[in-house]
Design a protein around this ligand. Structure first.
Ligand code: DQA
Length: 145
């Protein structure tokens, strides 16, 4: 089985309760379960994590670089300004898929219109809610085939 990291950044721990009109009603635990199931359909062993601590996300990305592990990344607000995450993503050699529940490009706040992840991503999937994670895993499966 191919190990795949599904990594989630700050505030996504409150999924289901956080601005559900934007991010939906599915909780993080439910999303983790969905991702494990969707991943298994492609022969992936999905390791699903969320952190509010940037250093933890950097450690995971550095490990993924060491092990050439494919990554699905929702870096949440860090997407828009973390040059450390830009540098960490640059080191990945296996495919990286950027995912967002909402479509940041269509949202009114200007700061959401920039992504430090996109330059390193094989694909960007945004605005599909939790289904975007299914699409991201599908994209990885196609990229690794
Ligand atoms: C998000 C979009 C970001 O702009 C925001 O900061 C998030 C979540 C999304 O999944 O839609 O925290 O990445």
């Amino acid at each position: 089985m191919t190990r795949v990291l599904v990594l989630n950044g700050p505030n996504l721990g409150r999924l289901g309760r956080r601005q559900p009109e934007i991010y939906g009603h599915t909780t993080l635990d439910e999303l983790a379960e969905l991702c494990r199931g969707w991943g298994a359909e492609h022969g992936f062993d999905v390791v699903f994590e969320q952190t509010n601590h940037e250093g933890v996300l950097l450690d995971r990305l550095n490990e993924a670089a060491d092990d050439a592990t494919p990554v699905v990344l929702n870096a949440a607000a860090w997407t828009h300004y973390s040059w450390a995450i830009f540098d960490a993503c640059a080191q990945l050699t296996a495919p990286l898929v950027e995912v967002h529940l909402s479509d940041p490009a269509q949202r009114p706040e200007e700061f959401r219109h920039t992504s430090v992840v996109t330059p390193h991503a094989a694909a960007v999937i945004a605005g599909h809610g939790v289904d975007g994670y299914r699409l991201a895993l599908e994209h990885l499966a196609a990229a690794l085939r």
